[in-house]
Write a protein that binds this ligand. Structure first.
Ligand code: PMV
Length: 343
């Protein structure tokens, strides 16, 4: 039986990696294990509208609408995704469909929307599948949703469920897999269960370098093997930090991960500098403030110029005025998005 025509809605959050995924092989499989916090506020909301198929043929027939307007420029990436997943979701080809999508954060903010976007679309597709196969188990549903999202954008597999999500097979993490993300399976100290992520928008332009280009640059990279080992070792270290509650060790590891990711881009061929002068200014300010006030605060970066400021709820009373007075002047049009992690 085929799913019914109509609307299938889902939403998915963005995530911020503590140990970064950078480098892949085969069908979007990661060269190292990564782990991320799931954000609460930055989300993509997506609706797939299944319509009767009129045009014959084996092609996908779909249109993408972003914030209510047709967005043909999104379609090639989604077409690539649909082709990659077609054998896993054969029913999709029996329909024409529209994909309507919007983000809760500004599109031009430089916040990667591919993780939340592909995760939301994968969730819609699985909603369609479960509408005709209600007997499928929750575990199957979780794994397959994350598996499909991965084929859209690697980091998206960490955005389909869970609050602290591991992706990549790792000897120290039970149940971990390179095919899908899993909820971090161990206890986490209360210090790390309620965290703020204030995202400083340093550069509101479009992303300069696509992440797929970045991943590919790891193929002939002189430091690749060492980097993959470093990331996997950091997962082991983070596991004991998450148990102990040691803030200092946590921020040392997370900041080193961010800078290592950027170091890979600076030392690849061709090379790129993804930070802006203001990124460095902000990092200097954070380090100064942390030293002077002895406050629990650190940063991480994605593959761009924006800075994610991480701090526990208990530091918020000190950090918020610091952001407003000392960091906002370095942000593009004074912008910051206050998000959080809670579990
Ligand atoms: O999912 P992709 O292919 O856009 O890769 C994103 C990689 C980083 O965001 C830079 C790091 C990570 O682990 O999320």
């Amino acid at each position: 039986i085929l799913p019914e025509l109509g609307k299938y809605f889902s939403e998915a959050p963005s995530n911020i990696a503590l140990v970064k995924y950078w480098g892949k092989y085969g069908e979007q499989l990661p060269k190292n294990t990564s782990i991320s916090y799931t954000l609460e506020e930055c989300k993509t909301k997506t609706e797939v509208v299944l319509k009767k198929k009129i045009k014959a043929g084996v092609q996908f027939h779909f249109e993408v609408f972003f914030e209510g307007k047709r967005k043909a420029s999104f379609e090639p990436k989604i077409e690539t995704f649909l082709k990659r997943i077609e054998t896993y979701v054969p029913f999709l080809k029996s329909f024409e469909f529209e994909i309507h999508t919007e983000n809760t954060f500004p599109h031009s903010s430089g916040i990667a929307s591919s993780a939340s976007g592909m995760a939301a679309l994968a969730k819609c597709i699985m909603k369609i599948e479960t509408s005709v196969s209600p007997e499928i188990s929750n575990v199957y549903l979780e794994h397959k949703t994350s598996f499909l999202a991965r084929l859209g954008s690697g980091s998206a597999c960490r955005s389909t469920g869970g609050k602290l999500v591991v992706w990549g097979q790792h000897p120290e993490i039970d149940g971990s897999s390179s095919f899908y993300g899993i909820d971090y399976p161990y206890d986490v100290h209360s210090n790390f269960r309620s965290f703020k992520d204030s995202i400083l928008l340093i550069d509101e332009g479009q992303k300069q370098v696509s992440s797929s280009l970045g991943h590919n640059l790891m193929h002939n990279h002189p430091f690749a093997e060492q980097r993959f080992k470093q990331a996997d070792d950091n997962i082991t270290k983070l596991k004991s930090i998450l148990t102990s509650g040691d803030y200092e060790a946590f921020f040392a590891l997370v900041e080193s991960e961010a800078l290592s990711l950027h170091a890979m881009m600076m030392t690849s061929s061709p090379y790129f500098i993804l930070m802006q002068p203001n990124t460095l200014q902000v990092i200097e300010k954070i380090w100064e403030f942390r030293k002077k006030e002895n406050v629990h605060l650190g940063f991480t970066l994605d593959a761009g110029a924006n800075v994610h400021l991480l701090y526990p709820e208990s530091s918020a009373a000190m950090v918020r005025p610091f952001i407003d007075s000392q960091l906002l002047p370095f942000c593009h049009t004074n912008k910051v998005i206050h998000d959080q992690i809670q579990f």
